[in-house]
Ligand binder design. Sequence first.
Ligand SMILES: CC(C)(COP(=O)(O)OP(=O)(O)OC[C@H]1O[C@@H](n2cnc3c(N)ncnc32)[C@H](O)[C@@H]1OP(=O)(O)O)[C@@H](O)C(=O)NCCC(=O)NCCS
Length: 307
Amino acid sequence: VHPALRTYEPHDRQALHKLVRHPSLAPEFTRLLDSGELDDPLRHPHGDVLGAWLAVVAGAPVGFALVVGFTSPRSRWALSRIGVIEPYRRRRLGSALLARMLEHLQAPRAGPRPSELCMSAWDPNPAAGAFADRHGFRPFRIFWTMERQSGAAAEPRWPEGVEPRPWDGSETMLGDLTATSNRAFAGNAMSSAETLDGMRSMTRRPGFRPDGLLLAYRDGRCLGFSHNALHHDHGEVHSVGVAPEARGLGLGRALLRWGVGWLQRQPAAAVRLVVDGSNQSALALYRSEGFEVTRTRRIWERPLNDA
Ligand SMILES: CC(C)(COP(=O)(O)OP(=O)(O)OC[C@H]1O[C@@H](n2cnc3c(N)ncnc32)[C@H](O)[C@@H]1OP(=O)(O)O)[C@@H](O)C(=O)NCCC(=O)NCCS
């Protein structure tokens, strides 16, 4: 039977959830159900869904493709997620899904067009690497998952004059968090600019823990934050950010320690975080606070205009 490609529809949600839990796709994708990215594939927590497709055999999906657009300081870029279940691999289905995605991305559209397309996979994944290579993607970045080894976190030591304030849900703090996050990550190629609305919906997602979010102020000005999250099987230092003018004071370390301490007081088995492998200063900080690399995630990228 030849699989047919069609656009993903809202009523396909349960079938897509079942598909990504297939043993051949689960290692790559089930965490995206947890993170909210694939829970409803038409609504991404941080980006704009540009398109979603299914490959279907006798009414049941055997493959999917999703493409999400982001705006980073560097560019407008898009991230693809493509999965084909094991019995249907090496039949050009992944390629057909990608071709459909590229055609869609290159069609005239309202609004800014992404200039690069990324894909990513956990190491080792020779199929994804070969697929990327075959389709003109080049290695772009490595992300590391780090896990904190045993032992209680040290107490945070706040730099002189810095006052930590627990998240209060106010519009004032929402504005402070959004602005500080954008300033802290402005130099990072892959982080997207946050909007007030995006941050607000992040704080309203089920599972958001207001007590896991802390902002640091000096003279009434927000200089940093520590945002921590609980997932079903682990706790995550989701993001730690320090404004450029407050770097080198020990604020990042204090915020990290506060987050690890908070996570360790929750019923979380492990404390993890994800860091961009090119972010040397963050990497050094995490290592010095007892984190070690446990998994590697590869990111590939290709330009979109010369397909
Ligand atoms: C990566 C993936 C989507 C490829 O889907 P697919 O339908 O099997 O891929 P295709 O048949 O279109 O392969 C296209 C080319 O990719 C390369 N390729 C794909 N799988 C490969 C493998 N296991 N070993 C070597 N090369 C491979 C080949 O060059 C292939 O062309 P060829 O068959 O003419 O040699 C699929 O393996 C998968 O779902 N993996 C798990 C999810 C994942 O890792 N996704 C990462 C991208 S988000």
